[in-house]
Design a protein around this ligand. Structure first.
Ligand code: SME
Length: 159
């Protein structure tokens, strides 16, 4: 199975959004060797909360204020952030000493509003290219669909 099909099936068939996010992170790291760490943050109020991740080490940044670091920048500006060398980016908030480049891609709702993000680190300088951006944008859209499905499943309980 190719990567798109594998990811598609994993995300859409997962029993919950968190399971989908976890699988997405695991597949990214397993299939793409330049992905050292992958995580999915979702926005709760003014805070990004780490839902799931995969990597050798846990990050201490499980909650990030909107506006802080590259993750917070992507949230404020509702745009992807790609940094070739984090040592030259003053807004970068360090998680792992070995990280050299990072990509953050927004997850948006159907209205285009920022609701979360995929955050990936690499130990290589300039690891993330247009193909990574396109693939992660596609994945973000899939995660958004999965998130919506979960909200819709819960909605009757509140009506
Ligand atoms: N480097 C991020 C913080 C999150 S960790 O990479 C997991 C940032 O600058 O926002």
């Amino acid at each position: 199975m190719n990567l798109i099909d594998q990811m598609d099936r994993a995300v859409l068939d997962a029993p919950s959004f968190r399971a989908a996010a976890k699988l997405a992170c695991v597949i990214l790291r397993k299939e793409l060797s330049h992905y050292t760490w992958a995580g999915v943050y979702m926005l709760y109020g003014q805070e990004l909360v780490l839902e799931e991740w995969d990597g050798e080490h846990a990050t201490q940044h499980t909650k990030i204020r909107v506006g802080r670091g590259l993750c917070g920048l992507a949230a404020v500006e509702n745009r992807a952030v790609v940094v070739k060398d984090v040592r030259e980016e003053p807004r970068y908030v360090a998680c792992f000493q070995s990280t050299r480049s990072e990509i953050v891609v927004p997850v948006r709702n159907v209205q285009g509003k920022f609701i979360g993000e995929i955050d990936c680190d690499s130990d290589e300088i300039g690891a993330f290219h247009a193909t990574d951006l396109a693939f992660l944008e596609w994945l973000a859209d899939r995660l958004s669909q999965r998130w919506r499905r979960e909200l819709e499943a819960f909605a009757p309980a509140f009506s």
